[in-house]
Design a protein around this ligand. Structure first.
Ligand code: FE2
Length: 202
């Protein structure tokens, strides 16, 4: 049984009360964008895409954490019997299936890294994993922007680790993949991309 839209919205509310932050608006933005894109693709369920977007960062309910938030999200979703969403919590940061390609601190245990390594090597990403990876890369708290803008936003915060160009290419490939699936430029499906993309980052 998948989480309903209402229940997911409630979970996000509760999570944001536990640890207030812009991650709530970012999650809503990812959810809205994922829904709009999924609506254009046959065989994708737009409500599931929306729920997964709302819940992809739910691990942030536990506090301000870096990579640990993906494990906290996985554990929480497993505890409420939502293995599909738990999977999204782990896969959303890895368009490249390599545990060493996370932008940010590794504030988790070695056992968690080993678990993640095994998990992402064995899982076959479906279109929901890919869609949430894509939407995470284009969703500012107030809406979508071109991914090149987010690349700079992330680089200003985390620097330019050696895997950066590979990760950018992986995101650009995701964009091309979904453009083809939507049979249009997916930015044309999302509101305010141009305005958001021209806003100053600093
Ligand atoms: Fe995340």
């Amino acid at each position: 049984m998948t989480l309903t839209v209402n229940k997911a919205e409630m979970e996000l509310e509760i999570g944001a009360k536990m640890n207030p932050g812009v991650w709530k608006q970012h999650s809503i933005s990812v959810a809205n964008n994922a829904r709009l894109i999924a609506e254009k693709i046959k065989n994708m369920d737009s409500n599931s895409a929306y729920v997964m977007g709302l819940m992809h960062d739910i691990g942030r309910r536990e506090g301000v954490k870096a990579i640990l938030h993906i494990f906290d999200g996985y554990d929480y979703m497993m505890s409420i019997n939502q293995p599909e969403i738990a999977r999204i919590c782990l896969t959303h940061s890895f368009p490249i299936k390599d545990v060493n390609t996370f932008f940010g601190k590794y504030d988790c245990t070695n056992d968690q890294i080993e678990f993640l390594d095994e998990f992402i090597s064995n899982v076959t990403y479906d279109d929901y994993d890919l869609l949430i990876q894509l939407c995470d890369a284009i969703s500012l708290p107030n809406g979508a922007c071109i991914m090149e803008k987010r690349f700079i936003d992330v680089a200003l915060r985390h620097g330019l680790p050696q895997f950066t160009l590979d990760k950018w290419r992986a995101f650009l490939n995701l964009k091309a993949y979904f453009d083809e699936k939507c049979d249009c430029d997916l930015y044309s499906l999302l509101p305010n991309v141009i305005e958001n993309s021209f806003k100053s980052l600093i």
